[in-house]
Design a protein around this ligand. Structure first.
Ligand code: FES
Ligand code: FES
Length: 162
């Protein structure tokens, strides 16, 4: 099988992947990064969202070899250290999860949104997250969590700049 290599969560990794191996299967099966979930396998639910070269992508829709040489970040690599990422903390604070199955994808999508638009409106958050489905929490608290995280991150960035 052909070898592929990429950077995942800041570390160079390599492995074997066939021409039809999906990125999500490479991440979960070969690298053991099972925080990225598979809900539908058909690009609908968003449970598998990771970042590839700075953009959120559905990892069930990307072939592993398309990520050759890419910089990939999964939910395991989002927080810089032992502390939760502000989005993870806000999901906790706002009760943005119940079973948590959708949460990694929601958090990774929201992180991409805030990176591109640090002060999103509620409508912008709802629109951005329309590719992420939650079957048990409902969306209100998820949107609230993203709003809290965006505000906290903006305040943190302002403090750091002072
Ligand atoms: S598993 Fe990828 S979008 Fe549902
Ligand atoms: S928290 Fe259960 S599917 Fe969203």
């Amino acid at each position: 099988m052909p070898q592929i290599s990429m950077t995942v969560n800041g570390k160079k990794v390599s492995g074997e992947a066939g021409p039809s191996t999906l990125l999500v299967d490479f991440l979960r099966g070969d690298l053991g990064l099972t925080g990225t979930h598979v809900g539908c396998d058909t690009s609908q639910c968003g449970a598998c969202v990771v970042h590839m070269n700075g953009d959120s992508v559905k990892a069930c829709t990307v072939l592993a070899h398309q990520a050759e040489g890419a910089d990939v970040v999964t939910i395991e690599g989002l927080a810089p250290g032992a502390e939760l990422h502000p989005l993870q903390a806000a999901f906790n604070e706002a009760h943005g999860l119940q079973c948590g199955f959708c949460t990694p994808g929601m958090v990774m999508s929201a992180a991409d949104l805030i990176a591109k638009n640090p002060s999103p409106t509620e409508a912008e958050i709802r629109s951005w997250l329309k590719g992420n489905m939650c079957r048990c929490t409902g969306y209100h608290n998820i949107v609230k969590a993203v709003q809290i995280a965006a505000a906290n991150m903006a305040a943190g960035a302002k403090t750091a700049a002072e």
